[in-house]
Design a binder for this molecule. Structure first.
Ligand code: SAM
Ligand code: DTB
Ligand code: SF4
Length: 346
């Protein structure tokens, strides 16, 4: 039901959307099997793209891309052991532990993001979860960003229901918490918290009335079954996440995944297409990894149904394409940036 309402709202809000057809309940499914997901991956790329793009147009304006800018407000020193991460204190990655940023600095960065055309500003912190005293600062940051008329997003680790409620009260629009990979592969990547812990945090976020942003990372040595398993786990949640970031691993020297074999770019495109088919009303983000992806592959992802990117020359600790280059790419493709939907007075 929640999905239905979300999708209807999206179609309604989206005046220029090609699809004004009513949301087809049969397309919003929560009973995907691994076999069905795998059969999407097994289609020829043309068949998969045709199907994914057709569905994309039923739910969205296919010429509009949502732009989110990231800022790491608390870098490094994280106690968790995520094997991909530059910020885990367990690995020698050259990323040191810093203190949480001042709110003023964060608001300056958000103003800049708005000036370059971002619609959403996402703050990240290298925590297992926030301490209650950390949240005072985070609440200030969210209020400051929201007042600029930007949508707000945060990724701070695991949350308690009381913390989620506070974030909602501050005006938080989205909370990012990725499942990262399939349930089966998960223990190869993280041992300090479980897959179920992540599902639990997503339920807490959803119950607080915050939009859920949840996806994963490809290229961590997982099998196609795991990529299918990740999408099945996301699609079979009580509601589809409103936003689904699909990251390509950014290999970080010093982490156990530094030398993971890179994923075939067409397999990445296939995963985007399968995500679009399985969660047709969700915004799918072509997330980390674009520095290593040529523009043709990015264009294919945007055709397959990706309709969001990280915008601005940094992700959390690693580079992202310069905004000018992205603005030029969107222009060359004839695509335009989507305006913020849930901003403040700004
Ligand atoms: N510490 C919080 C947490 O993990 O929940 C929030 C920040 S964490 C860095 C956010 C997400 O970024 C991770 O869940 C992971 O999916 C993604 N990420 C981190 N490092 C990455 C890398 N090297 N390549 C691709 N994605 C990465
Ligand atoms: C997400 O799915 N990807 C972003 C965001 N959510 C927080 C993070 C990407 C991090 C890439 C590696 C880095 O910059 O450290
Ligand atoms: Fe910590 Fe998040 Fe990095 Fe895991 S992904 S080590 S929780 S900052």
């Amino acid at each position: 039901m929640g999905d239905m309402m979300g999708a209807t709202r999206r179609l309604r809000n989206n005046g220029s959307a090609a699809g004004t057809a009513p949301v087809d309940k049969a397309e919003i499914r929560h009973d995907w099997t691994i076999g069905e997901a795998l059969s999407l991956f097994e289609l020829s790329l043309n068949d998969l793209l045709f199907r994914a793009h057709g569905l994309y147009r039923r739910y969205f304006d296919a010429n509009e891309v949502q732009l989110s800018t990231l800022l790491n407000v608390k870098t490094g020193g994280c106690p968790e052991d995520c094997r991909y991460c530059a910020q885990s204190a367990r690995y020698q990655t050259g990323v040191g532990a810093a203190k949480i940023m001042d709110t003023d600095e964060v608001v300056v960065a958000a103003k800049r993001a708005k000036a370059i055309g971002a619609g959403r500003f996402c703050i990240g912190a290298a925590w297992r979860g926030p301490k209650d005293r950390d949240l005072d600062r985070i609440v200030e940051m969210i209020e400051g960003i929201k007042a600029l008329g930007l949508e707000t997003c945060a990724t701070l680790g695991m949350l308690t229901p009381a913390q989620a409620k506070r974030l909602k009260g501050a005006g938080l629009d989205y909370y990012n918490h990725n499942l990262d990979t399939s349930k089966d592969y998960y223990a190869n990547i993280i041992t300090t918290r479980t897959f179920e812990d992540r599902i639990e945090t997503l339920a807490i976020v959803r119950q607080a009335g915050i939009n859920v942003c949840s996806g994963g990372i490809l290229g961590m040595g997982e099998a196609r079954e795991d990529r299918a398993g990740l999408l099945v786990a996301l699609a079979n949640l009580e509601e589809h996440p409103q936003s689904v970031p699909i990251n390509m691993l950014v290999p970080i020297a010093g982490t156990p995944l530094a030398d993971a074999p890179p994923i075939d770019p067409f397999e990445f495109v296939r995963t985007i297409g399968a995500a679009r088919i399985m969660m047709p009303a969700s915004v799918v983000r072509l997330a980390a990894g674009r520095m290593e992806m040529d523009e043709g592959i990015q264009a294919l992802c945007l055709f397959a149904g990706a309709n969001s990117i990280f915008y601005g020359d940094r992700l959390l600790t690693t580079p992202n394409p310069a905004e000018n280059d992205d603005a030029k790419l969107l222009e060359r493709l004839g695509l335009r940036a989507k305006a913020a939907e849930a901003g403040g007075e700004g």
